[in-house]
Ligand binder design. Sequence first.
Ligand SMILES: [Zn+2]
Ligand SMILES: [Zn+2]
Length: 157
Amino acid sequence: MPVVYEKEMLKTDDFFEHLGRKLPVELYFKGVSTPSLQGCFREDIVVVGHGFGQLDNVYLTLNISTAIEMRCCRCLAPVYTRVSLREMFKIRTEPTEDEIDLLPHILAAISTSLDPHPLCLPNCRGLCPVCGINLNQHPEHEPHLAEAEGRKLADFL
Ligand SMILES: [Zn+2]
Ligand SMILES: [Zn+2]
């Protein structure tokens, strides 16, 4: 069955009808159809917590969990990362709004939590700068840049 992206909105009526009262929040975003700058979501984004309304603001304390696949910054291999965050948000609402799109806030929190330089292994050897071979799969491969340059230079001398 194809997954259809249903935009999850947080209804604000309850918060403003019961100002100051802590109310449960549960939201669910389809991972496959949620764009991310750093990679692809491999699980849905589950958001569970509570919040309350005060003046024009909604204050939320949310647990965010999902999994994302990024690329190793050295060798481009997939890096699967579990995300489990507890975040607090203060969202200002307009009087005409009866629902809030939390997804941009949630994506921003996830982005900030991710390693900007993900590695497939702590000691990933990356790709050979000359021929592009994966040095993790070919540990015997000697980086030949300096050697090649040296030989070229020697030929001229
Ligand atoms: Zn790597
Ligand atoms: Zn090479």
